[in-house]
Ligand binder design. Structure first.
Ligand code: C2E
Ligand code: MG
Ligand code: MG
Ligand code: MG
Length: 275
């Protein structure tokens, strides 16, 4: 229910809103315990090479298996995790878990692919990120080229700092992707100067390429821009064959979306894609 204003100008809070703030407090309390209680898990969504048709990567996406509420998706708790600072530890858990899992898959003998991890803004601006990534790669034995870190355009706002961090990450040898590309503050100067490997075209542009001329042109322009700068392009949220045909025609390098697979558990991934 929407917040309404009473006749004297006092805000009237509906019982729903009261419930929501109590719910949120409870959720925060629960979130604080979730790491210790082992309630987080990762799902993996394949990234497909348009040329070979093979899996060349997976994106790791966090889920929270809440003891009472069941599976909770990141849109419901990442903001809360950011606000409370819990995102730092949660984010570190994600990096570690993703590296462990990918190394496990490599040890099982399947063709190696990269695993992509989403970084939150706080994580990106935290001083020890580079050290942490280095340490985890060391401890898990995963080769750096098989880890991709997804940042968003908002992390490019402090140009000099971001450039420094990205160069250090590049020195380690990990891949850098710009996630949700086109939805934030894009600047050609950061694209030119940052050591980036991939642009991920946001789902909002992909979803309308069959119906909206503007989105067609935006997607074509992003692909051309990326290729001219020596970057690869991944299209997010590919749901239909028409979209796939379009993206192949315009030489988009990789696709990710429900058309090929939803994000799935490690067990499901193994069932579907090994032997
Ligand atoms: P994202 O990084 O842009 O991830 C893609 C989202 O689009 C995922 O939602 C995925 O399930 C969804 N998606 C993929 N293909 C399709 C499709 O064909 N159709 C539709 N409708 N959706 C599709 P999810 O898993 O709910 O994650 C939402 C967002 O939460 C992510 O967006 C990312 O920004 C954030 N997130 C996820 N995991 C983490 C994490 O470990 N750390 C941080 N900081 N953020 C995370
Ligand atoms: Mg992402
Ligand atoms: Mg995205
Ligand atoms: Mg997105």
């Amino acid at each position: 229910k929407v917040k309404t204003h009473g006749k004297n100008g006092y805000a009237v809070y509906t019982s729903d809103m009261l419930n929501n703030s109590i719910e949120e407090l409870k959720l925060e309390t629960d979130l604080r315990k979730a790491l210790d209680n082992n309630e987080f898990l990762l799902h993996y969504q394949p990234q497909i090479c348009n040329k070979s048709g093979g899996i060349v990567g997976v994106e790791a996406l966090i889920r929270w298996n809440h003891p009472k509420l069941g599976l909770i998706y990141p849109d419901k708790f990442i903001n809360l995790a950011e606000e409370t600072g819990l995102i730092i530890q949660i984010g570190e858990w994600v990096i570690r878990q993703a590296c462990i899992q990918n190394k496990k898959w490599q040890n099982s003998g399947i063709k190696p692919f990269k695993i992509a991890v989403n970084l939150s803004t706080q994580q990106f601006f935290k001083l020890n990120l580079v050290e942490y990534v280095k340490k985890v790669l060391d401890q898990t034995g995963l080769a750096p080229e098989y880890l991709a870190l997804e940042i968003t355009e908002s992390m490019a706002m402090d140009f000099n700092y971001s450039l420094k961090v990205l160069r250090q990450l590049k020195d380690i040898g990990v891949c850098i992707s710009i996630d949700d590309f086109g939805t934030g503050y894009s600047s050609l100067s950061y694209l030119k100067n940052f050591p980036i490997d991939y642009l991920k075209i946001d789902r909002s542009f992909v979803s309308d390429i069959m119906v909206d001329d503007h989105d067609v042109n935006i997607v074509k322009a992003i692909i051309t821009l990326a290729h001219n700068l020596g970057l690869k392009v991944i299209a997010e949220g590919v749901e239909t064959k028409d979209q796939l045909h379009f993206l192949k025609k315009y030489k988009c390098d990789e696709i990710q979306g429900y058309l090929f697979s939803k994000p799935i558990s490690a067990e499901q991934f193994e069932e579907n894609y090994t032997n």
